[in-house]
Design a protein around this ligand. Structure first.
Ligand code: ZN
Length: 254
């Protein structure tokens, strides 16, 4: 498949080094084009990329899910916490009412820092009912008080609004497992410390929860939102990897 791209001309010579990598043709929901999905290495989650936009499966899964569940997404009020992916870039470009924020521990929430509004998911400064759609990508395994964060997201959503998000989920785990907590301002480790990459911190992000089969009960208990778990595996859309589920929590109409 890659041979065909190389045959198309000089600009594709950069793909020569990928000749031995498995690949398939398909349609990318982020570049909105026919493309080639290439396995750059083992582990599809981070290495099965669109050759044109470099997106990974969970970026495409999020956008694919938004297009399906929120067809008017281009017009509505969207807020994303902790953006920093191809899918964030796509939403910023396509949606006229998209806004985003990052959390900086030393900055007062609501202030602008490094080009971002600072917001703490556990204590947002937005008014009740501010948004139609709230987005987080691989954030909820790193929150110290997810109960507060889900409650806050429900508060700032309009009735009928949705929180659409990705995260690592382990349905084989009957009960979610807390890995770390905070006591008197100090992190207390309940399990071996595990960190994931973080685009705004070299230290990475500490994993605080391994979410299990009881996850949707947890969200309902703390926010009143009911959650749909959507999984779409389809190589023709570049959708194949572990933890590819997309979560859709919806705030009830009053
Ligand atoms: Zn693409």
């Amino acid at each position: 498949m890659i041979k065909q791209y190389i045959a198309k001309g000089k600009k594709y010579f950069k793909y020569l080094s990928l000749l031995n990598h498995p690949s398939n043709q398909g349609f990318c929901s982020i570049c909105n084009k026919e493309t080639l999905f290439v396995e750059y290495g083992s582990g599809l989650r981070d290495q099965y990329k669109c050759i044109k936009c470099n997106s990974i499966p969970r970026h495409r899964a999020l956008i694919d899910t938004i297009k399906l569940f929120v067809p008017n997404y281009r017009q509505i009020l969207i807020h994303e916490s902790s953006p920093g992916s191809r899918s964030s870039d796509y939403l910023k470009k396509e949606c006229q009412n998209y806004s985003c924020s990052q959390y900086f521990p030393d900055i007062t929430p609501g202030e602008i820092h490094r080009g971002f509004r600072c917001e703490n998911l556990e204590n947002l400064t937005f008014s009740d009912g501010s948004f139609d759609l709230f987005i987080t990508q691989d954030v909820f395994e790193h929150i110290l008080h997810p109960d507060k964060a889900f409650k806050e997201i429900a508060r700032v959503l309009k009735p009928g609004g949705m929180h659409i998000f990705t995260m690592s989920w382990y349905p084989e785990l009957q009960h979610s497992r807390q890995r770390a907590t905070i006591e008197n301002g100090e992190i207390k480790y309940l399990e071996k410390a595990v960190y994931h990459g973080n685009p705004i911190s070299d230290r990475g992000s500490l994993v605080t929860y391994d979410w299990g089969a009881d996850f949707v009960d947890y969200v309902y208990k703390h926010s009143g939102m009911s959650t749909t778990i959507y999984l779409h595996i389809d190589r023709s859309l570049g959708l194949d990897a572990r933890h590819l589920q997309v979560f859709i929590s919806r705030k009830c109409y009053e």
